[in-house]
Design a protein around this ligand. Structure first.
Ligand code: ADP
Ligand code: MG
Length: 179
């Protein structure tokens, strides 16, 4: 899949039928991730953001638990992608820093270190990125993943590539049929 000439942002939509399928889809993305990639996970509570992030971590060969960073804000891992490249992974959950997020009155986005995580040395996977985007923490390119409840065990994931993140869309499209 390639960006089209009129500038329309390329996107694909995938439906998963079970939590394990969402994890496997994340795993395929994880295989292709590199330092400098940013993946934004948007969706309501229970939409599957953390499951997808766990898949990404698994795809980077990260063994062991990948707990939700709801309280820590950011968890850091040492991953390796399918090409054998080292990929420092940051898994963030900014829910507590959103207005109305039950956090410390909007919280302190400046102290999270987003410019570092978005600066090229990390692969960053961010749950609840909306507040950060509104506050101007916009990565130069990123893969936007919108997750939605589509039934008791079904979820719909829409991937939209911004900038060079289109490469990641390519990684997903080749294998979607196998999910
Ligand atoms: P979030 O991080 O978006 O709040 P989680 O990944 O923590 O979401 O939780 C998703 C919930 O939805 C889990 O309870 C999971 O079992 C359930 N679920 C049901 N179907 C799916 C699916 N197809 N993909 C992912 N999660 C699913
Ligand atoms: Mg979560």
């Amino acid at each position: 899949m390639r960006p089209v000439a009129d500038g329309t942002t390329p996107a694909i939509t995938v439906r998963t039928l079970a939590p394990a399928e969402t994890v496997r889809l994340g795993e395929r993305l994880g295989h292709a991730l590199r330092a400098g990639d940013v993946v934004l996970l948007r969706g309501d509570l229970g939409a599957g953001k953390t499951h997808f992030a766990r898949g990404i971590a698994a795809g980077l060969g990260i063994a062991g638990p990948v707990p939700s960073p709801t309280f820590t804000l950011a968890n850091e891992y040492h991953g390796t992608n399918a090409a054998g490249e080292a990929v420092p992974l940051a898994h963030l959950d900014l829910y507590r820093l959103m207005d109305g997020g039950g956090g410390e009155s909007g919280g302190d986005l400046d102290s999270v270190g987003l410019p570092d995580y978005f600066g090229g040395e990390w692969a960053a996977v961010v749950e609840w990125p909306e507040g950060a985007m509104l506050a101007g923490f916009v990565p130069p390119s990123y893969l936007d993943v919108a997750l939605a409840d589509a039934g008791e065990t079904e979820r719909q994931l829409t991937f939209t590539a911004h900038g060079v993140a289109v490469r990641l869309l390519d990684a997903l499209t080749g294998e979607v049929g196998e999910v």
